[in-house]
Every structure is written in structure tokens, then in C-alpha cells.
Ligand binder design. Structure first.
Ligand code: DQA
Length: 139
């Protein structure tokens, strides 16, 4: 089983960025823990602050991976291009947000990802990535 986690802009600063909202763990540390916990899953991690690179990664993984966990961060609320990319690929995409975007500013309530995602996990902190991962495992 091949799964890729794709993180969007500013998520490279997890651990330092607004820790009251996003926690104090770096994503690299969390990702290492996840790989250790699920050694049988081929887990890949990709982060970019550039919209086109996220689209390129969706195209690359979207015909060969079993699942994509996507936190498009701020692009969630603005990117028609990322929404269209999800529509264009075969691999199911689970949308993940660390914070509960529905408790936050109104502009965060709009998502170009949600209508095209196979599921959505919102507001459970970094654990949301694990919950999304579990959705791809057979019972
Ligand atoms: C986020 C929520 C977005 O609104 C924000 O722009 C982010 C992170 C989250 O994981 O909670 O950068 O996607």
C-alpha cells in the first residue's frame, strides 16, 4: 500500500508556526512516528509552498499511489487548480486540516478540495493524518 502525504504552504513551519493552533511538534518528527507505527505502509511525504508543485505531485501520485492525504493549507480556500487536479486523477484524496477551520475565520469555511475529496478530517491536530491513513486500511 502506497500513500503520500502532501502538505501545502507554511506547513513546513509546523512546530514554530502559531503553536497555539497547530501544536509544537515538527511534521518531520510526527512523520517519523507514523512510519514507525505503520511499517507495512509505504509512506511518502511531500511539502511545497508552491501551488503548481502541489498540482504536479497530485498528477505524479494520482495514477500509481493507493491514497493521498492532502492538507492544501491556505490553497484549500483559493485554488481552483488544485480542486481540478483532484478531479483529474484516479487516486482517492482525503482532505486533512489540523485545526477546525469551521471554528475560525469565515474565509476558511470555503474549500475547493472538499467537493472532490473522498473524505474530510478536520480539527484533530496532527492525529488527523493518522485517522486519514486508517481510512485506507482494510477492516
Ligand atoms: C490548515 C487550515 C488553513 O486554513 C490554513 O491556511 C493552514 C492550515 C490546517 O491544517 O488547519 O495553513 O489547513
Amino acid at each position: 500500500m502506497k500513500i503520500v502525504i502532501i502538505n501545502g504552504p507554511n506547513l513546513n513551519l509546523l512546530g514554530k508556526r502559531e503553536p497555539d493552533i497547530y501544536g509544537s511538534l515538527t511534521f518531520e518528527t510526527y512523520f517519523d512516528q507514523l512510519k514507525e507505527k505503520y511499517p507495512k505502509i509505504e509512506l511518502e511525504y511531500f511539502q511545497s509552498n508552491i501551488e503548481g508543485e502541489i498540482i504536479d505531485k497530485l498528477h505524479e501520485a494520482g495514477f500509481s499511489f493507493d491514497g493521498i492525504l492532502l492538507n492544501a493549507a491556505a490553497y484549500t480556500h483559493t485554488s481552483v487548480g488544485i480542486g481540478d487536479a483532484i478531479k483529474s486523477i484516479q487516486t482517492p484524496v482525503v482532505e486533512v486540516h489540523i485545526s477546525n477551520v469551521y471554528q475560525r475565520e469565515e474565509f476558511r469555511h470555503q474549500s475547493f478540495i472538499s467537493p472532490n475529496a473522498s473524505g474530510i478530517i478536520v480539527g484533530f491536530g496532527l492525529k488527523g493524518y493518522e485517522l486519514a491513513l486508517l481510512s485506507f486500511l482494510k477492516d
